[in-house]
Design a binder for this molecule. Structure first.
Ligand code: C2E
Ligand code: CA
Ligand code: CA
Length: 697
């Protein structure tokens, strides 16, 4: 057995094994500092990790260059060791453990967990001490980080919840509770399903989890439900956390409530795109939509119409009846239009008194005409506000894609030009754009400028057309007619420039000029010894609107020392009816001032008999269209006859205008009409000619 070579070797190994060397290499391999010190605090040995920690070089020979405990601590910590820890160690004979700080030879402070262990000699006395220190720097940093993370977790305004891999909620933060209304204890242990709203299909959640599982993350908007049942939109981001093996251990979900943000965005969006008064879209929205539709229909065979609607005379209503009244009128108009503009078509308020309609996908031009007619008719019905019946005179202009233009700018511009044309055609009408209109618009603008100049620089003149007794032809009065002879443009008819003056607001200046000039002429005639006859002056209904107009007229009468009974004001039916109440009030003012009032062009407007009774009139003028027809048209004749007998019962004077023939004269006489005006007797005459005529008769 002794010869067994293996056994021999085993014995040899055991014999040669150097225990202390083995121990010291084990000690050197340890990750923690291990050091031994004598009772007089001199360091006998320190392992590799210890040298590193204390910044003692591996070559440093502790035997020849001794180091002491005091070299590795601040005075305070050293005092703690020397005065408390070591004495109690020796006395109590027990190890001590605790967290203290080292200061290494590089003067760095290192937090450590230190164990100090006493060793005894044969006699049982403490002979030397071992210290084992674990570097806490890293751990401390981690703890700080964790504390920080916890604070962020608790204080962030985003809601956060953490689930395990089975989606069981493990942890939620404060914001989570604030946003969802659930307390932590109510949700921990549950799954996030308790937050779900019914806004999403099952497939939405399936896709969401599919993505989290494959890519580890999902982000997006999601509708969830609060504890109180309210549903809110949130921005949610979910991340999965995997362990070292790659298995999902946790899900961390972070979300914030988007509802408030969205509400604000929606509000801003609404303000940007809408008119607050009617809650309709505004110009911005109209243009946006038009552009979008044009882009998306470029290659498609589509027709689009841009309609501009002008309510008519809104400014006048604003001035005379006030803002609030006007606002309600606009709201009512918007409501009516809204009931007509349906489906894909868009109705907006473009400006104060202007609406826009975008009609998409029209099959036939007929469809658009029908719609336009409907829109117009709806606005012509009376508007009832505060017991007042208001009639508007809407005008509509229409431009078509692709017929008229391809761009939104051009379509809007052309619709505007068409609208101007419609207004020029006497309102209550609509116009489709035609290319000649642009030129007309430009011309009209030039003409407006010229008229302005004519009014201020005496470019206008007056004509007097005598009014006669039908039987004898004796002149008893005259009608004043304004004339405009432009130096380069030539003669321009009042039928052209009066409506223009009404549209551009020049009418009141023009009216004052006419009144002043008429009074001046009368005063001149009086001064030259002529008997002055009554005059009739045409008044635009727009002039009636301006406050204090009756007083202004009176001012001229007084200025030239004339009598108000010399003056009759002729107003036409059209225009009157749209603002019945206001007009009646204004006409009463005229009557109260001593002026007479005639209803001009009777029979061409609404001609309601009950309406006639309401107006404070003195005279009725039968329109020349009727006079023209009485010889051939039995209906016209019977209308004129009825009107004449009506004036008798209403105690109104009656006069026929536009009498051109002897035949008309005799028929009118037969019907009981005693006064007339017309080319058959006299054409309108210049002031000079009129004066001459008066002198000779
Ligand atoms: P109106 O008030 O109906 O004036 C009568 C128009 O008929 C005048 O046209 C006159 O020249 C014309 N006339 C007179 N007798 C005959 C006739 O026998 N046959 C025919 N075919 N026509 C006749 P005028 O001067 O061109 O005026 C057109 C309109 O312009 C007037 O219609 C009136 O509404 C308006 N107007 C004229 N002067 C003024 C004015 O000073 N102020 C205002 N606001 N409007 C005016
Ligand atoms: Ca007249
Ligand atoms: Ca007339």
């Amino acid at each position: 057995m002794n010869n067994d070579p293996y056994r021999k070797k085993e014995t040899l190994v055991l014999d040669e094994f150097d225990l202390s060397r083995q121990q010291s290499s084990i000690i050197d391999a340890a990750g923690e500092m291990i050091a031994t010190i004598t009772l007089d605090e001199r360091i006998l040995f320190v392992n590799h990790a210890g040298r590193k920690l204390l910044a003692i070089s591996q070559e440093h020979n502790l035997a020849s260059e001794p180091l002491y405990v005091s070299d590795f601590h601040t005075p305070e910590v050293y005092a703690l060791l020397k005065d408390h820890i070591f004495p109690s160690l020796i006395k109590e004979r027990e190890m001590w453990q605790g967290d203290i700080e080292f200061k290494n030879l590089n003067n760095q402070t290192i937090p450590v967990n230190l164990s100090v262990i006493p060793h005894y000699d044969e006699s049982g006395k403490v002979a030397w001490i071992t210290g084992i220190a674990r570097d806490l720097s890293e751990q401390n940093a981690l703890e700080i980080q964790q504390r920080l993370a916890k604070r962020v977790f608790d204080n962030t305004i985003e809601g956060i919840f953490v689930t395990d891999s089975a989606s069981k909620i493990l942890q939620v933060n404060r914001a989570f509770c604030e946003i969802t209304g659930y307390s932590a204890s109510e949700v921990i242990g549950n799954t996030p399903r308790i937050l779900q709203s019914k806004h999403h299909e099952l497939s939405f959640y399936e896709a969401l989890w599919q993505q989290v599982n494959t890519s580890g993350t999902w982000q997006g908007e999601i509708w969830n439900r609060r504890k109180d049942g309210s549903v809110y939109l949130q921005w949610l981001s979910i991340n999965s956390l995997k362990n070292k093996q790659g298995d999902i251990e946790y899900f961390v979900a972070v979300f914030h409530d988007l509802s408030e943000l969205r509400a604000r965005e929606a509000q801003i969006e609404f303000l940007v795109n809408h008119d607050p008064l009617t809650e309709l879209g505004n110009r911005t929205q109209f243009i946006d939509r038009l552009k979008y539709i044009l882009q998306s229909s470029i290659n498609v065979n589509k027709k689009i119409a841009v309609i501009k609607i002008d309510l008519g005379e809104i400014q006048l209503i604003n001035d005379s009846l006030g803002h609030a009244f006007c606002d309600r009128l606009i709201q009512q108009a918007a409501k009516r239009l809204k009931s007509i503009v349906k489906g894909q078509n868009l109705l907006v308020r473009l400006a104060a008194d202007e609406f826009g309609v975008l009609v998409v996908d029209i099959k036939h031009a007929m469809d658009i005409s029908r719609l336009v007619f409907e829109l117009k008719s709806s606005l012509q019905l009376p508007f009832k506000i505060d017991d007042e019946n208001l009639y508007m005179n809407p005008s509509l202009g229409i431009a078509l894609y692709p017929d008229d233009a391809n761009s939104s700018d051009d379509l809007l511009r052309f619709a505007r030009i068409a609208l101007q044309q419609a207004k020029g055609d006497g309102r209550n009408t609509f116009c489709f754009y035609n290319p000649d209109m642009s030129n007309q618009a430009r011309e009209r603008l030039l003409l407006e400028q010229a008229l302005r100049e004519a009014i201020t620089s005496n470019g206008l003149s007056l004509n007097f057309q005598p009014k006669v007794l039908l039987k004898t032809g004796e002149i008893f009065a005259s009608e004043v007619l304004v004339r405009w002879n432009h130096p380069t443009l030539g003669y321009i008819s009042p039928s052209v420039f009066i409506p223009m003056a009404e549209r551009s607001g020049l009418i009141s200046d023009l009216g004052r000029w006419v009144m002043n000039e008429t009074c001046r002429c009368l005063a001149e005639m009086k001064a030259s010894g002529l008997t002055i006859l009554p005059v009739a002056i045409n008044l635009s209904v727009y002039e009636l609107e301006s406050s204090g107009f009756a007083k202004h007229l009176m001012d001229y009468v007084n200025k030239y020392h004339l009598e108000p009974c010399l003056f009759e004001f002729e107003v036409t039916e059209t225009g009157l009816i749209s603002r019945e109440e206001m007009v009646i009030e204004s006409l009463k003012k005229l009557r109260n001032a001593g002026f007479k009032v005639a209803l001009d062009d009777f029979g061409t407007g609404y001609s309601s008999l009950s309406y006639l009774r309401k107006l404070p009139l003195t005279t009725l003028k039968i329109d020349r269209a009727f006079v023209n027809d009485i010889t051939d048209d039995k209906v016209a004749a019977s209308i004129v006859r009825t009107v004449i007998s009506l004036t008798e019962s209403l105690s109104l004077e009656v006069i026929a205008e536009g009498v051109e023939t002897k035949e008309q004269q005799s028929i009118l006489l037969d019907m009981g009409c005693s006064k007339a005006q017309g080319y058959f007797f006299y054409k309108p005459l210049s002031t000079t000619d009129f004066k001459k005529l008066l002198k000779n008769t």
